[in-house]
Write a protein that binds this ligand. Structure first.
Ligand SMILES: NC(=O)C1=CN([C@@H]2O[C@H](COP(=O)(O)OP(=O)(O)OC[C@H]3O[C@@H](n4cnc5c(N)ncnc54)[C@H](O)[C@@H]3O)[C@@H](O)[C@H]2O)C=CC1
Ligand SMILES: Nc1nc(O)c(N)c(N[C@@H]2O[C@H](COP(=O)(O)O)[C@@H](O)[C@H]2O)n1
Length: 163
C-alpha cells in the first residue's frame, strides 16, 4: 500500500465517540425530507472569521482542523459561499486518514464540494477536481435552476433569493 500523503490528518477514536451523537446516522434516515446539516467554522477570541475580508486566515489548531476533516468525512457534501471560494481557493476535500486518497480507496469518505454562486462570480478552476476527483456543482439561484459544472447534478431543493 502506498504511503498516505504528507498532509494526512489523524482524529483519535475517543473524540469520534464524543462527536457521534451530533453526526448524521451511518444508516440514512428517511424520516426527514431535509438533509442533515452541520454548521462548522472557526473564530478568533474576538469572534472574527478572518483577519480582514478576503484574507485567507488559518484560525484552527491541529486538533480542531482534524475534527473539521473528520466532519467532512461523515457528510455527503461541503457547502461554502462564493466569497469564501474566491478568497480562499479552498481544497474542500477530506484529508483524514482512511478516506479515499489518504489510505482509502477511490472517493470513499470524500464530500462533494458545492459553491453557492448566484451571480456567477467564481471562475472555476480544476483544483478541486484534482484534489478529490468529484465534480464541482455551482448553484445559481435566480430562476431556481441548478447548473452543474461537472458530470453530476446536486439537488439541494428550492431556494429563494431575496430582493
Ligand atoms: N474561519 C472559518 O471557519 C471560515 C471563514 N470563512 C471566511 O469568511 C469570508 C467570507 O464569508 P461570507 O462573508 O459569509 O461570504 P460568502 O460569500 O462566503 O457567503 C455568503 C453567501 O450567501 C449568499 N447570499 C448573499 N445574499 C443572499 C441572499 N439574500 N439570499 C441567499 N443567499 C445570499 C452569497 O451568494 C454567498 O454564496 C472569507 O474571508 C472566508 O475566508 C469562511 C468559511 C469558514
Ligand atoms: N475549520 C476551519 N478553520 C479555519 O481556521 C478556517 N480558516 C476554515 N476555513 C474553511 O475551510 C476552508 C479551507 O478548506 P481546505 O483546507 O482548503 O480544504 C475555507 O475555505 C473555509 O471554508 N475552517
Amino acid at each position: 500500500m502506498p504511503d498516505p500523503p504528507r498532509d494526512v490528518l489523524h482524529y483519535p477514536s475517543i473524540h469520534r465517540t464524543f462527536l457521534e451523537p451530533h453526526l448524521p446516522p451511518k444508516t440514512p434516515s428517511t424520516a426527514s425530507p431535509y438533509p442533515f446539516t452541520t454548521l462548522t467554522f472557526a473564530t478568533s477570541l474576538d469572534s472574527q472569521l478572518a483577519l480582514s475580508p478576503g484574507a485567507p486566515t488559518a484560525l484552527s489548531g491541529p486538533e480542531s482542523k482534524a475534527m473539521t476533516h473528520y466532519l467532512r468525512s461523515r457528510h455527503d457534501a461541503i457547502l461554502i459561499g462564493v466569497g469564501t471560494a474566491v478568497a480562499d481557493n479552498p481544497s474542500l476535500n477530506c484529508r483524514i486518514e482512511g478516506v479515499g486518497g489518504y489510505g482509502g480507496e477511490g472517493l470513499e469518505g470524500q464530500p462533494r464540494p458545492i459553491v453557492l454562486d448566484p451571480r456567477a462570480r467564481w471562475e472555476v478552476n480544476d483544483r478541486r477536481n484534482d484534489s478529490c476527483g468529484k465534480p464541482i456543482a455551482a448553484a445559481r439561484l435566480d430562476g431556481v435552476k441548478w447548473y452543474p459544472l461537472g458530470e453530476d447534478v446536486v439537488l439541494c431543493g428550492k431556494m429563494k433569493l431575496d430582493g
